[in-house]
Design a protein around this ligand. Structure first.
Ligand code: G4P
Length: 523
């Protein structure tokens, strides 16, 4: 197979969802279909091994690298599929967002009874900012669910995402009888005891389904198809590829129902590796020089080994172990001799890799999040990764003031590494910002272990951050509302912290002329 063919068959995606919608269950079913695991329960067991807080470091040590950000790869219908694991629950953090900067498409899992939930909205924003295609899997149809039309309307209302139904449920919960694939004109019958029965092609308007499914479900299905055919968005592959239209699938991950139809369509329509923007132009996947960017750095939690693992997405050229590349930020030459494939359960040394692969390279402290590596002679910088809006804040002090230097150094390095956001106020207090609680725990642990600095952390009652136009700083000082404060990030950009959305609204009402930005759209 030529290198071009190898590139074209790569598919990298991440799964976005609210906790408990069924991301783990769906991931597991996809891995089973791809032959990457043999038994259901493998991914689940891995997840469940987690995360009593105090066990966290132990678990990290045992695993070598964190499972919270591995890549799961399998082959299916000739495609090499990589699922980037996007941590949720307790291990949700900025990493979860950043992983989405490395994927070419996303699968959004929604609980059919609950609709779009808060964490899905946040993750969706990151994907839509990059205009990557989003495939929607509406899950748990074997349980009592919302009306499917309502689920579709929810995507539009909560996310502003136009959608087109590819498969459609026949009943739900106790009345669930299967799904109808509108494009293939096939019905898949859900028979708990006899597995899945495929009927097709069978239109819903002739008599093919009479007596096959209940009359009540058939009547509803016909009515809904009429509505969708008349008023729904029609299927438009170009719009899907541009991220403007989400194809929607219904099913039950737990029962492995509707998953095959989803996987087959998804792999057919999801894009392979595309062009990547740089500060001066674009890099094409077919460009011959090697280039890639680092989107995550995983610290080694074992204090005896300070080395870290940097996750690199290859954007052009071929990686060969031992190659020398330039780290664009410093101009330094780096020999990539220790490299690894990032599989969920094992780490294998990697000799070569192509565009669309994610590799792990050992790092003794040289790399930062967002770094570009390339063997091109001319300078090259991929666009900087976005800053994500923190929602949790802590004030932090060194317990031993004689160790203030170590403290400052540790804080600075962890901020550069992207482990946490660091701010200061006008009294020079250090304030940390994070999107997940685990980031604080990692911060505290690493500061103690790597920088020998014990800290005291104090939770602050703020939940919303907005960057302020620097010219307004003086105005802001005079117009702060109750339960808000002014801090500065490590680039000295002013930020307002508010207790909640209500406080923010109050401020905006009183100060309509002060410009505020969410972190995502800082530039
Ligand atoms: P997450 O990774 O998005 O957090 O969700 P996860 O897959 O862990 O699923 C959350 C719960 O929902 C699990 O139940 C899982 O079995 C269930 N679930 C997932 N998909 C479906 C589905 O299609 N239908 C139904 N009925 N349930 C589904 P749990 O009780 O929390 O865990 P477990 O004891 O079953 O492992």
């Amino acid at each position: 197979m030529s290198i071009l063919e190898e590139i074209q068959r790569r598919r990298i995606f991440g799964i976005i969802s609210h906790p408990d919608a069924g991301k783990t269950t769906l991931t597991e079913k996809l891995l089973l279909h791809g032959g990457a695991i043999r038994e259901a329960g493998t991914v689940k067991a891995r997840r469940n091994a987690k995360f009593a807080k105090s066990d966290w470091m132990e678990i990290e040590k045992q695993r070598g690298i964190s499972v919270t950000s591995s890549v799961m790869q399998f082959e299916y219908n000739g495609k090499v599929v990589s699922i980037m694991d996007t941590p949720g629950h307790n291990d949700f953090g900025e990493d979860t967002y950043r992983i989405l900067t490395s994927v070419d498409s996303a699968v959004m899992v929604i609980d059919a009874a609950k609709g779009v939930e808060a964490q899905t909205v946040k993750l969706f924003k990151v994907c839509s900012m990059r205009q990557i295609p989003i495939f929607t899997f509406i899950n748990k149809l074997d349980r009592q669910s919302k009306d499917p039309l309502e689920c579709m309307a929810d995507l539009e209302d909560a996310l502003g995402l136009p959608s087109t139904a590819v498969t459609w449920p026949i009943g739900n919960g106790l009345t669930f009888e299967g799904i109808y694939d509108r494009l293939e004109n096939k019905v898949f019958l859900y028979r708990q005891k006899n597995g899945i029965i495929e009927l097709g092609p069978k239109g819903v308007f002739g008599d093919a389904l009479e007596g096959v499914i209940s009359q009540a479900n058939l009547d509803i299905l016909r009515e809904e198809m009429e509505l969708l055919d008349g008023a729904g968005n029609s299927f438009d592959l170009k719009a899907i590829k541009e991220g403007k239209l989400s194809p929607v699938f219904f099913g039950s991950a737990l029962a492995d129902f509707g998953v095959t139809a989803f996987l087959q369509h998804f792999l057919e329509w999801a894009p392979g590796p595309g062009t990547r923007k740089t500060t001066t132009g674009e890099v094409l996947p077919t460009d011959e020089f090697f280039s890639g960017f680092i989107f995550k750095i995983q610290a080694n939690m074992n204090p005896a080994h300070r080395d870290r693992l940097a996750f690199l997405r290859i954007c052009s050229g071929t990686f060969t172990r031992g190659m020398t590349v330039t780290l664009s930020r410093t101009g330094k030459q780096m020999k990539l001799s220790q490299s690894t494939q990032l599989m969920a359960n094992e780490r294998e040394t990697l000799e070569t890799a192509v565009v669309g692969d994610i590799i792990g390279i050992y790092d003794s402290g040289n790399y930062q999040i967002g770094d570009t590596l390339t063997d091109r002679k001319e300078k090259l910088f991929f666009e900087p990764l976005p800053t994500f809006p923190p929602e949790l804040f802590m004030r932090v002090h060194p317990i031993n003031s004689l160790k203030a230097k170590q403290f400052q150094k540790g804080v600075q390095q962890l901020a550069q590494e992207g482990a946490i956001q660091v701010y200061h106020n006008e009294f020079n207090d250090v304030i940390l910002g994070a999107v997940g609680q685990l980031q604080f725990e990692v911060f505290e642990y690493r500061l103690n272990n790597e920088y020998n600095s014990e800290v005291r952390m104090e939770a602050l009652d703020y939940g919303v951050a907005r960057w302020v136009n620097p010219v307004s700083v003086e105005d802001v000082r005079d117009h702060l509302v109750a339960r808000s404060t002014l801090v500065f990030d490590r680039f000295e950009r002013p930020i307002l912290l508010f207790a909640n959305q209500y406080t923010l609204n109050n401020f905006m009402q009183k100060n309509p002329d002060i410009e505020l930005w969410e972190a995502l759209n800082l530039d």
